[in-house]
Design a protein around this ligand. Structure first.
Ligand code: SAH
Length: 249
């Protein structure tokens, strides 16, 4: 898959993964530390920074480092940070989640929406834990089964795409087995996918096709996005992103 095309598709979306400002704020309130001053925060896999900007608005004196390995997303966030006069407390950074620059026990809060799957949930929570201060908080969203059983075609899809998909109970056990205790959990509602993430997918598809021409590659990308959206519409009772709010023990 052509990375420039993928970036162009996603940079023109409202956000790069399912989520919402209200859900970011709800998760922040569940951390129980939103009223503390001078928090050191990292937003990992921030994309163009939808969650970063919500956190910056809600935490008026936090120091937020926002990390993504795709330079165009970080450039877009840098512009938003300048426009909102946030440069003194929000630092966008082009870095891989696999080579994070944070010192041991330096962060009050690690935030990551729709991105930890790139490391794998359990590998990610293990790798990030040492960077949190003892008692520091983790907020992470992860693809989650909402039911104990589900239709076979859906099961097959996710086993091929991301076999680590599991129920919230299994994810919570993984958190507990890796030195975290759960403070809160909720699944993202449908509007976080259909309004905030896919948006008006047909309008986006039309302008994307107009920008790039209808080559085989361009059409294939649009088709893949359409079918992902259709899969969600059909099976939204069975899976979503779960938002996990945890404390480093
Ligand atoms: N948190 C954003 C973006 C989610 S999409 C939102 O909710 O809108 C996942 C993001 O993870 C993408 O921006 C992608 O560039 C980033 N990503 C994937 N692998 C990464 C890695 N190894 N290091 C840093 N960022 C990564």
């Amino acid at each position: 898959m052509n990375l420039d095309l993928l970036i162009d598709w996603h940079i023109n979306a409202p956000r790069q993964g399912p989520g919402g400002d209200g859900q970011t704020r709800l998760a922040l309130s569940l951390t129980g530390i939103a009223d503390q001053h001078g928090l050191q925060v990292a937003d990992l896999g921030c994309g163009t920074g939808a969650s970063t900007l919500t956190l910056a608005a809600a935490l008026s004196d936090a120091d937020i480092v926002a990390v993504d390995f795709l330079e165009p997303f970080i450039a877009s966030l840098e512009q938003a940070v300048r426009e909102r006069s946030l440069r003194s407390r929000v630092r966008p950074m082009v870095t891989s989640m696999e080579t994070l620059p944070f010192e041991a026990e330096s962060l009050d809060l690690i935030w990551s929406e729709g991105a930890i799957y790139n490391l794998g949930f359990e590998d990610g929570i293990r790798a990030w834990r040492p960077m949190l201060k003892p008692g520091g908080r983790l907020v992470v969203s992860e693809i989650t089964w909402l039911t104990d059983t589900r239709p076979a075609p859906l099961e097959e899809h996710w086993m091929a795409e991301y076999p680590q998909i599991a129920t919230a109970g299994e994810k919570v056990t993984q958190l507990e087995n890796n030195g975290y205790s759960l403070l809160g959990y909720f699944p993202l509602p449908r509007e976080c996918w259909l309004d905030n993430y896919y948006g008006d997918i047909e309008a986006r598809a039309a302008s994307f096709l107009a920008r790039h021409g209808e080559t085989e590659e361009v059409v294939a990308l649009v088709e893949a996005e359409r079918s992902e959206c259709a899969l969600y519409r059909e099976y939204s009772d069975y899976f979503s992103y779960g938002v996990y709010v945890a404390r480093r023990c």
